[in-house]
Write a protein that binds this ligand. Structure first.
Ligand SMILES: [Fe+2]
Length: 245
């Protein structure tokens, strides 16, 4: 049995070990709680039985458990500059005394660990069991919905502060080719231009697994909102939607 309320209490206790004055920590706590809700919505949309819905919720809560340690140790959430937070999370949860704080039954351990490990990878590893695959897909979709939410609603700034972009910034050929092939973008190492960053968010849609995810992102209009974050001063740097269909 999974006791979600208990897991949530333990999570809130655990994050107290990290600097609550750090805005980045606070943002990640809220992200975890919202992803938990989205995981629940996806699992329910799939009409899963209660035990599996609860497991999806728990994985949503724990998927970014390594973020707090990552911020403390490295001062960044950029995996490429620090550590792969999916792998670190899986490693932390492989410690039995740690995972038992959140769930008393050990029968879900493998699924939780595998889903956390796979949540942030370009693609899901091969050779998973049906349940490991199901929960990896759910958490990947739930996480993406919230990343798009953050990119539009919560990190949004006023129209007057809108960033403008001129013809000196282009979509890189690499990113453009991947979108045209309906592929999620493989993110480059190092600094990425603002326009490529937007393109990589848009590419999430090619990795969605479930109808609920498409529907939510469509209804919330996240993709258009992300495009509208920038003020395109020159048509040269504008990505025409017809071109990526
Ligand atoms: Fe996440």
């Amino acid at each position: 049995m999974i006791d979600i309320e208990k897991a949530k209490l333990e999570f809130m206790n655990y994050v107290k070990n990290y600097d609550q004055e750090n805005k980045m920590i606070v943002l990640k706590i809220s992200h975890s709680l919202r992803v938990m809700e989205q995981s629940k919505n996806i699992a329910e949309s799939l009409k899963l039985e209660k035990e599996q819905v609860d497991l999806a919720i728990l994985i949503g809560l724990l998927h970014d458990i390594a973020r707090f340690e990552q911020m403390k140790r490295y001062g960044t959430y950029e995996d490429k500059k620090s550590i792969d937070h999916g792998n670190l999370g899986a490693e932390m949860l492989s410690n039995l005394s740690f995972i038992r704080k959140f769930v008393s039954d050990d029968k879900y351990d493998n699924i939780i660990i595998v889903a956390v490990k796979n949540h942030n990878k370009y693609e899901i590893q091969d050779g998973l069991t049906d349940l490991e695959l199901l929960h990896s897909k759910i958490i990947r979709d739930a996480d993406k919905i919230d990343i798009l939410y953050e990119a539009t609603e919560s990190f949004w700034y006023k129209e007057s502060e809108k960033d403008f972009i001129d013809s000196s910034e282009f979509v890189s050929d690499e990113y453009f080719a991947q979108i045209k092939n309906h592929k999620q973008v493989v993110r480059k190492k190092g600094d990425v231009s603002r326009i490529d960053k937007i393109i990589s968010y848009m590419g999430f849609v090619f990795d969605f697994n479930y109808k609920y995810t498409f529907k939510t992102v469509y209804e919330k209009d996240y993709i258009n909102k992300i495009i509208d974050r920038l003020d395109y001063r020159s048509s040269k740097s504008r990505v025409k939607l017809e071109e990526i269909k």
